[in-house]
Design a protein around this ligand. Structure first.
Ligand code: COA
Length: 221
């Protein structure tokens, strides 16, 4: 089964090759496939101002192959919402050590919508993202997202709450939302997406890594 590796500045030395491939994949997916050309870089690696030592990457891996990922950025510093798309947060930004901004979720093309793989890669990423938040004692996610995500999140029990109205950005309908972290949401994600156990791998890390011990014992199913 796909596993979701937690990568922070503490253990990134164990993932240097993986991270280089990760940034190349981001370039292929966001610049070449999605045509977000403002992210293009001559070295073929999509890295932005939110890839800092405080950023946490959840890497979906099958053996040594990256098959997907999700990025978490602390809301106590610069975020996509505050620094790039402030028009999406009419109700104000969330700034809290217990809230992280999610971005750059992707699954490699040949593993998208893969009904043969149970659970699907995207399901592992979503269940693992909520699992990470529970173990780390986070209370909320914020997301700048296209509006087509709203029913997808509702379907897995995530209940996105708008921080403003939907705005057209380069032809995409986008919205800023918060999502509350809860064990109920994690259980619902696992149930709906056939994830029957915790999926995180803490290579070289003692969980929790953000300094907020949370004695979460998670058993799906
Ligand atoms: N616009 C509208 N709908 C989209 C979409 C887009 N750009 N990308 C995916 N979807 C919809 C698909 O149409 C599909 O709908 P369906 O189930 O009704 O057919 C559904 O989302 C599932 O998408 P799919 O790509 O088949 O599988 P997945 O669930 O394994 O992966 C993503 C979903 C978004 C992770 C994957 O499509 C991806 O990596 N996309 C490129 C990166 C990206 O755009 N990330 C989001 C912005 S950061």
């Amino acid at each position: 089964m796909t596993e979701l590796h937690v990568v922070s500045h503490v253990n990134r030395h164990l993932y240097e090759g993986v991270l280089d491939e990760y940034f190349r994949l981001r370039h292929q997916i966001y610049v070449e496939e999605r045509r977000w050309t403002e992210l293009a870089r001559p070295d073929g690696r999509e890295i932005d101002q939110f890839d800092t030592p405080d950023t946490i990457y959840l890497m979906a891996m099958e053996g040594s192959r990256i098959v997907g990922s999700h990025r978490l950025v602390p809301t106590t510093g610069p975020t996509l919402m505050s620094d790039v798309f402030p028009q999406l947060a009419l109700r104000g930004f969330v700034r809290s050590p217990f809230a992280y901004e999610l971005s750059r979720v992707f699954v490699v093309r040949d593993r998208r919508g893969d009904q043969a793989a149970q659970p699907r890669v995207e399901s592992v990423i979503m269940a693992g993202t909520m699992e990470f938040a529970l173990i780390e004692g986070l209370s909320q996610f914020t997301i700048v997202m296209e509006t087509w995500w709203v029913p997808r999140f509702q379907e897995i029990g995530w209940n996105p709450r708008p921080l403003g109205v939907a705005v057209d950005i380069n032809g995409m309908s986008c919205i800023g939302v918060t999502i509350n972290v809860s064990e109920k949401a994690w259980r619902e994600t696992c149930r709906k997406r056939n994830v029957d156990r915790p999926v995180l791998v803490w290579n070289g890390l003692d969980a929790p890594i953000l300094g907020r011990p949370q004695p979460a014992v998670l058993r799906a199913g």
